[in-house]
Design a protein around this ligand. Structure first.
Ligand code: SF4
Length: 237
């Protein structure tokens, strides 16, 4: 898709190589009459994209899936984001399955024994409920986050949830994200300063020794379990 005009009729004309800010302008104009929703787990990328959208949209919704296993620092970040972006509705669409109910059904510490099933129960299935009411799904995914995400397109069909998925940050690397965050004083998770490049559930996220704010890797996610994705984005888990 590189170099090809995605849509020529709207006033905002972009290509897949356009700057994320222009892509968000295009997104908001092109899909103004569609049910458009961003989801985020509030990594640095998501925070940057929220800032970009909030600066351009009259109102926008960001849905997130509270797995019941967020770090306290993540809850703190969500509170700061809500305070900062008054035109963004942050909606928790996480599972109602309590950790105790999960343990009763599947045994203790499912994340250690069957992390794919745990992610399915706490992330993939709740996201399916979210996507029932969505036409255009906006994410902060980037190509350089992992080998599995290298083929990510700015706009692509998501076969798992049957929606159009738009990834305005696809071409940015972590340094671009960090520069944007600094320039715009965007709130971010303080765990990034403590060696956590990517942040998910407490049970399955570790610091990566030596990682700085401009480093990204998924080595701290499900370390030692042969898994690097939760399954939300259709990439191999
Ligand atoms: S990241 Fe870990 S704790 Fe969270 S849903 Fe997946 S397996 Fe369960």
């Amino acid at each position: 898709m590189d170099g090809k005009v995605l849509h020529s009729k709207p006033a905002v004309e972009v290509t897949a190589d356009s700057d994320p800010r222009s892509l968000v302008d295009w997104l908001l104009e092109r899909f103004a009459d569609r049910r458009t929703l961003m989801t985020s787990a509030f990594g640095m990328e998501g925070c940057a994209l929220i800032d970009i959208i909030a600066a351009r949209a009259r109102r926008f919704t960001v849905a997130y899936l509270d797995t019941w296993f967020f770090f306290p620092e993540t809850h703190d970040l969500i509170a700061r984001l809500k305070d900062r972006y008054q035109n963004v509705d942050f909606v928790n669409r996480g599972t109602s399955l309590t950790p105790q109910q999960q343990a009763d059904l599947h045994g203790d510490e499912l994340w250690k024994r069957e992390p794919d099933l745990c992610c399915r129960l706490r992330k993939v299935l709740p996201m399916a409920e979210v996507m029932k009411d969505v036409d255009v799904w906006v994410t902060g995914l980037r190509r350089s986050q992992s080998a599995g995400r290298a083929a990510l397109q700015v706009a692509e069909w998501d076969w798992q949830y049957d929606v159009l998925k738009v990834n305005p940050l696809a071409r940015w690397d972590r340094k671009d994200v960090w520069e944007y965050v600094q320039e715009h004083d965007v709130p971010y998770n303080v765990l990034h300063e403590q060696g956590y490049p990517s942040i998910g559930c407490t049970h399955c996220t570790r610091a990566v020794p030596g990682a700085t704010l401009t480093d990204y890797s998924r080595n701290g996610r499900w370390a030692g379990q042969g898994k690097s994705e939760c399954g939300l984005h259709g990439y191999g888990i």
